[in-house]
Design a protein around this ligand. Structure first.
Ligand code: ADP
Ligand code: ADP
Ligand code: SF4
Length: 588
């Protein structure tokens, strides 16, 4: 087995330690150059050839900046297409774009954006040669005789026009000035302005400037801008972040249309959307921020099933301990359990917006999924139940203690993640470690300052903080936002297990339907007109709730025979038409 030595450049601070890595490394003590200080870089360099893999430096480094990772033998250096530097992230392999939509499926930090940047010509691959500036000629040699040689050749000679919808749309207001409508008209090379703005429902925001747009609006405008341009290959990096379910499917439909006769590459963490969107899938695995490996293309169904299974047969790699399996039948009736909470019909007016929710009962140990588009009062309802706001009419009875994770999470805490969690509960128990810290991958950020966390880290810490409270009712608003596909799967397991173990109930608002289908016992369905009025149903049995919701969305589901996961039927297919006819939108 070969090995990687990875140094976290942000954590490593040689000026603030006594170079424990060099002091204690047995290689250095034998006067070998296993670790040397690079004066230019101001960081130590660990030689992967000389390192014995003893792991002493990883334990001695006071900042936890070093990782020594054993690599599967087949990951030889000649497969590295890019390295971000000495002891830094390396990417093994590349995808070959094909006609139709190619989906990239894998956790964050394994090189998906790096692939997109390389294929869209925003950077040149260095092929792990750190001694010279990256050179396209070498890239052409490296891929000689493959389709990628042809691709890069054309890219170099401007024979391919790539279009890229970037991942972080929230930075757009800083770089794009002017009104939305003016910008979109300017980029409309296909003459499809009307069609696209209607499909993405952005006609009412054309007069606004970018700094006036919400996350979901920015996302749809960015997708529209990409789709309106005439290109040969389109890259969509996380197109559904910030979008509700309906908007996710409209975006996916628009992207599929763009792919007709063209190539599209999409990175997507919502598995139902990815499934709907893609013709092929490349699973990516590795260790985030250390290395990433591109696997061969698989058909979408098999690709997603393989991912859920957690085992890559051809590569003989298990990347998750156990498979994710969906129940093929709705779970046992959760209303047989002891009653926790009773609420009457609730109404609330907020400015021009009015909300009415039917009353209901909530039982111990159940997870109630809350479904519905944005802007129709889901959060308001959750807040009314939590006692954060008082309803105009209606009452909540039952002496319940509520723990609430809001949709917009705040990093406003002075101290580390450990300080925050310790202020709520004892976190050094083996139960807490195995149920919360490990599955939510918090070990490596316990000593990070809450203020410095990334979006995904803050989300996981907020979920942990919410679940750590001693409460009877947990209200978790949009837990899957900012999480990658793997984190969504593990988080859904954590929430589900907590509900089963505690005599509490969980309310989960989320737009990822696979996530909702996996964790929920029942559903409350919201509908209405965004910003104007909203109605919420009573808690419905899973099938009835899902049926109501899918009917409003105009989509039908089937179950994958192997994993039991829900899949969207193709619009107008025999199955879609039949299920709509008999009113069974969820599945037969
Ligand atoms: P993904 O899109 O799968 O999240 P990326 O391609 O963005 O992954 O990045 C993979 C890893 O490469 C990151 O975790 C980061 O550690 C490293 N990386 C990305 N960009 C740079 C850079 N400019 N310099 C150094 N390291 C980088
Ligand atoms: P959802 O969670 O379904 O996205 P919300 O409950 O957050 O919806 O909001 C529903 C509607 O109420 C939105 O149109 C929002 O603009 C409006 N709203 C929320 N809070 C207030 C407030 N304090 N004053 C006026 N309008 C509000
Ligand atoms: Fe030296 Fe051991 Fe660290 Fe390798 S793992 S660099 S041999 S201390």
């Amino acid at each position: 087995m070969s090995r990687l030595a990875i140094l976290d450049y942000d954590r490593c601070q040689p000026r603030r330690c006594s170079m424990e890595c060099m002091k204690y490394c047995p290689g250095v003590r034998m006067e070998e150059e296993t670790i040397v200080m690079d004066e230019n870089l101001g960081k130590p360099i660990i030689s992967e050839e000389l390192c014995s893999g003893c792991g002493i430096c990883t334990k001695r480094c006071p900042f936890g900046a070093i990782r020594i990772i054993g690599l599967p033998e087949e990951l030889t250096d000649d497969r590295i297409v890019h390295s971000y530097g000495q002891n830094r992230f390396r990417l093994y392999g590349l995808i070959t774009p094909r006609d139709g939509v190619t989906g990239l499926l894998g956790p964050n930090g394994v090189g998906k954006s790096t692939i997109i940047k390389a294929l869209s010509g925003e950077m040149v691959l260095n092929l792990n040669d750190l001694t010279e500036t990256p050179d396209m000629k070498k890239v052409l040699d490296y891929f000689s005789g493959t389709e990628l040689q042809n691709y890069f050749e054309k890219l170099k000679n401007n024979g391919i026009k790539p279009i890229h919808k970037p991942q972080y749309v929230d930075v757009l207001p800083k770089v794009v000035k002017g009104k939305v409508g003016e910008l979109l008209k300017k980029v409309d090379e296909k003459g499809e302005f009307e069609k696209i703005i209607n499909a993405l429902e952005i006609s009412n925001i054309l007069d606004r400037t970018f700094d006036q747009l919400s996350g979901g609006e920015l996302q749809r405008v960015a997708i529209a801008a990409a789709c309106l341009r005439e290109g040969d290959i389109y890259y969509f990096d996380e197109p559904t972040s910030w979008l509700d379910v309906k908007q996710r499917f409209s975006a996916a439909k628009v992207i599929r249309e763009v792919a007709e006769g063209k190539k599209v590459v999409a990175v997507e963490h919502d598995l139902i959307v990815l499934d709907y969107l893609s013709d092929y899938i490349h699973i990516m695995y590795g260790i985030p921020s250390a290395y990433g490996v591109v696997t061969h293309p698989r058909g979408t169904r098999v690709g997603i099933n393989t991912y859920l299974d957690g085992f890559l047969k051809e590569e003989n790699i298990r990347f998750r301990k156990s498979p994710i399996v969906f129940e093929k039948r709705p779970p046992q009736d959760s209303t047989n359990r002891p009653l926790l909470l009773d609420y009457t019909d609730i109404s609330k007016k907020l400015g021009d917006f009015s909300l009415n929710v039917n009353g209901g009962q909530i039982y111990q140990g159940e997870v109630v999924g809350i479904l519905g588009p944005n802007g129709i009062g889901k959060t308001t309802f959750v807040k009314a139940l939590a006692g954060v706001i008082s309803p105009d009419s209606g009452e909540v009875t039952g002496d319940v203690k509520v723990s609430y994770k809001p949709q917009y999470i705040s990093s406003d805490f002075e101290g580390t993640v450990e300080d925050l969690l310790m202020s709520i509960t004892a976190i050094h128990t083996s139960y807490y470690k195995s149920e919360i810290i490990k599955p939510l991958a918090l070990e490596n950020i316990l000593d990070s300052s809450v203020k410095d966390l990334s979006g995904g880290e803050l989300q996981r810490v907020s979920i942990a903080a919410c679940l750590s409270q001693d409460a009877d009712l947990y209200l978790i608003d949009e837990p899957s936002a900012f999480l990658d596909v793997e984190q969504r799967l593990t988080t859904s397991r954590v929430i589900r297990r907590m509900a089963d173990e505690k005599e509490a109930a969980m309310f989960v608002v989320d737009h990822d339907i696979l996530f909702q289908d996996y964790i929920s016992d029942r559903f409350i369905v919201f509908s209405g007109i965004a910003g104007s009025s909203g109605t919420g149903s009573e808690p419905l049995q899973k099938r009835a709730g899902a049926n109501k919701f899918l009917k409003e969305m105009g989509i039908t589901f089937r179950r994958d025979p192997d994993t039991g996961r829900p899949r969207v039927n193709k619009e107008g297919s025999q199955r879609d038409v039949y299920q709509k006819e008999i009113g069974e939108y969820y599945y037969l």
